[in-house]
Ligand binder design. Structure first.
Ligand code: UDX
Length: 463
């Protein structure tokens, strides 16, 4: 197994490095962040991803960490670049980190006279970047030409947080955007070995097409979420209609598929919102006006207001009310607060005059850095609920499944529940004022199907 380097010890870089080491490669990880490299050297992972600690521990002997990109490149023949590509204020992509990393890689290659080095861009970059921006920087810095002394490819990642190791080890497909034929051949062989005869479909194309694939995939996922949230808004206004039931039936159409059809408070995270903005900005640069991309974001923004409206519907004014907000991370099984809907929801609640108490099983520390004194922090689920006027569930953590009507009734000032993630069966909350995204009014409706089977029933509200 050859030696590989990974530049950028973020989420994608670390998951990739751990999986590569697990499959027998010697891996050198480089990152400019000294504190991060020190932590990783001590065996600590600076973010939460299920299974990553164990995987790194198992392959410790095969991974080394450095702050020097040059060292990492010199020790390897293949470099994966996974530095972050954040958004600028105007939504367009900020390529400054990838530009400087690639420049350094190029410079390191000047003094390296072994086999042709293969550089693989894993960072998400807008269409055209690898060919028109990265390639010229690399060629200038290295003095080599792509296809001659140097190989370059773009391979988008499709890792989903909380499931990233599984996604890396068993991807649906591998997309190779090659700038030169040899890059494609080498990477294809690399992944066939990595997957030991069990490789998923490998699709080869030019680098710009691969970049489009990444954005198109994320835009489609976000569109599904906004679509179901739009339908949820309609369902809420129709007696006896529940978006969960509707989405289940719609998703069983094999042309549509049931995944990413969970209505809720909207999508967040470090990728979907940022990537849609970046693609929209790139489309504009290319003089193409997208109608769909801005609409996906508008629906998503409204969703965070709608969950607050549901609380208002149950409680009346939120002024002076104590709101227990359950879940801060953008989705369960991560402590990541980037793009988390909770932040905007908290903003709306505070503007409405509410006092917000928050609890999250993993993201409390990150949330403190972001929210500071704007909210109070509870040490447990029960503490969060204590004396609250309404409970809003924002992230569907497993721990919250245990929430029962008895707990709500005993802990809260008044038992009022807004289910922002469709975690609960409304039937379990008799005696609680309950509202949920996508759940139409329950009263006066003739049940066409047995009530036990579906959640169409009248609830009594004590609020
Ligand atoms: C996403 C892509 O899935 C992944 O392929 C890409 O590489 C990076 O971006 P991630 O950001 O980890 O991954 O989260 P994802 O699981 O896609 O969820 C994104 C957001 O959508 C979350 O806030 C989630 O709660 C929300 N979501 C997802 C819904 O509201 N409903 C759904 O049905 C699915």
């Amino acid at each position: 197994m050859g030696t590989v380097s990974v530049v950028g010890a973020g989420y994608v870089g670390m998951v990739s490095a751990a999986c590569l080491a697990e499959r027998g490669h010697d891996v050198t990880v480089a990152d400019k962040n000294t504190a991060r490299i020190r932590l990783l050297g001590e065996g600590k992972v600076p973010f939460y991803e299920p299974g990553l600690d164990d995987l790194l521990e198992r392959s410790r002997s095969r991974i080394s960490f450095t702050v020097s990109t040059r060292n990492a490149v010199e020790r390897s023949d293949l470099t994966f670049v996974s530095v972050s590509t954040p958004s600028r204020k105007d939504g367009a992509i900020d390529l400054s980190q990838i530009r400087s990393s690639v420049r350094e890689i190029g410079r390191a290659l000047r003094s390296k006279s072994q086999v042709k080095h293969l550089i693989v861009v894993r960072s998400t970059v807008v269409p055209g970047t690898t060919w028109h921006v990265i390639r010229p920087i690399l060629e200038r810095a290295s003095g080599l030409r792509v296809g001659e002394g140097l190989s370059l490819a773009m391979q988008p990642e499709f890792l989903s947080q909380g499931n990233a190791i599984e996604d890396m080890l068993h991807p649906d497909r591998i997309v190779i955007g090659e700038c030169d034929n040899e890059a494609g051949d080498r990477l294809e062989t690399f992944y066939k070995e990595f997957h030991a005869g069990n490789a998923p479909p490998i699709l080869r194309m030019n680098s710009t097409s691969a970049e489009v694939v990444k954005y198109a995939a994320n835009a489609f996922l976000a569109m599904k979420v906004s679509f179901v949230n739009e339908i949820a808004g309609i369902c809420e206004r129709l007696e006896g209609v529940d978006v969960v039931r509707v989405a289940e039936a719609v998703g069983l159409d094999s042309r549509i598929g049931g995944r990413f059809l969970k209505a809720g408070v909207g999508f967040g995270g470090s990728c979907l919102p940022k990537d849609i903005r970046a693609l929209d900005a790139r489309a504009e640069e290319l003089r193409f006006r997208s109608f769909l991309l801005p609409a996906i974001l508008r629906v998503n923004d409204r969703q965070k207001r709608r969950v607050v409206q549901l609380a208002r519907r149950l409680l009346g004014s939120l002024k002076g009310k104590r709101v227990a907000l359950l879940g801060l991370s953008f989705k369960p099984d991560t402590d990541d607060m980037r793009g988390a809907p909770s932040v905007e929801i908290i903003g709306h609640l505070r503007r409405a005059g509410a006092k917000v108490v928050v609890y999250d099983p993993a993201a409390m520390q990150n949330a403190r850095g972001l929210l500071g004194g704007k909210v109070s922090y509870a040490a447990s689920l029960r503490e969060c609920l204590r004396a609250a006027d309404v409970c809003i569930v924002v992230t569907e953590w497993d721990e919250f499944k245990a929430l029962s009507r008895d707990v709500l009734i005993s802990e809260m000032n008044r038992p009022v529940l807004v289910d922002g993630r469709r975690m609960y069966d409304p039937e379990d909350f008799a005696g609680v004022a309950y509202a949920a995204i996508g759940l139409g009014p329950m009263s006066g409706m003739t049940c066409h199907i047995p009530c036990k089977e579906r959640s169409i029933r009248q609830f009594t509200s004590r609020a």
